[in-house]
Design a binder for this molecule. Structure first.
Ligand SMILES: O=C(O)CCC(=O)C(=O)O
Length: 275
């Protein structure tokens, strides 16, 4: 008999998987804006997380209101999802905060950002690229999704649950681009009802694909330019990320407006009214 999600949560394996971070890796992160590590979790936890992940997507779980949507199609589109995302699964399933992936992610993030780990807040998201039909996620900066009235000290810790290769849709990064400003973005297809943002005017020829084994991870700065490819392979590419950040600090002088955020909010609210 297959377990329910609540039953699966009680089967979480021990989170005993210590990791180390070296000075050289910290220097690399600060210079290039990202690093890859070979392993962040145990084999057992990877299997368990895979079962949890599959079940969450099968049931299209909304851990927070509206917390399941396709990233690259208008909200509420009918038919097969191209790139569904689940936001904050740990808000409902607290066991996800006790994993080696979560704990090690926070530990490494604190060293990379040079802050106390107890001051870091984490929230998760899961992105699923189905075999063959899973589309690309265009070039963007994570901070472009966030309110420009605040300053952020933040990074993402992204772990694939299947090998992330160039063929299956690994991420690519532009080394050093995290030192720049947040660029002008727009919604994919110029449709604010599509969640994914695209950066304008970027020379993507400097992009470096970063394949990662299942259970490895990439840490990337919230301003680095990055994207992921489509999944041309015959198996799903599952990824689970936690964003780690200090509490955002209100800026004394605002950064340039990010009109795409308000456009997206309006489209999101219209969607909520429709439902
Ligand atoms: O999972 C992906 O394909 C992309 C994820 C991403 O862009 C991110 O976590 O910032």
């Amino acid at each position: 008999m297959t377990s329910t999600l609540d039953e699966l949560m009680t089967q979480r394996p021990q989170a005993d998987f210590p990791v180390l971070i070296t000075d050289a890796q910290i220097a690399e992160f600060r210079e290039r804006g990202f690093i890859r590590i070979d392993r962040i979790t145990s084999d057992n936890e990877l299997v368990w997380l895979g079962e949890v992940y599959d079940r969450l997507f099968e049931e299209r779980v909304q851990s927070v209101p509206g917390g399941y949507f396709d990233l690259t199609r208008p909200y509420d589109s009918a038919g097969e999802d191209h790139q569904p995302q689940i936001i904050m699964p740990e808000a409902r399933y607290r066991e996800l905060r006790k994993t080696a992936f979560y704990r090690n992610g926070r530990f490494i993030a604190a060293h990379l950002l040079g802050v106390e780990s107890t001051n870091l807040r984490g929230w998760g998201h899961m992105i699923r690229k189905p075999a063959i039909t899973g589309g690309p996620l265009p070039w963007h900066q994570d901070e472009a999704y966030w309110d420009p009235a605040f300053d952020y000290v933040a990074l993402g810790c992204w772990m694939p649950l299947d090998p992330a290769t160039v063929e299956s849709g690994c991420m690519s990064f532009i080394p050093g681009s995290h030192r720049g400003d947040v660029r002008k973005h727009r919604h994919l297809g110029d449709d604010p009802a599509v969640h994914a943002l695209v950066v304008e005017d970027v020379d993507t020829s400097a992009g470096v694909p970063v394949p990662v084994e299942a259970g490895g991870a990439v840490f990337h700065h919230c301003r680095i330019l990055h994207c992921s490819g489509s999944n041309r392979s015959s198996r799903v590419r599952r990824a689970y990320a936690n964003e780690w950040q200090l509490d955002p600090v209100r800026r004394e002088t605002a950064l340039p407006d990010r009109p795409w955020i308000d456009e997206g909010k309006r489209a999101w609210e219209n969607r909520a009214i429709k439902n």
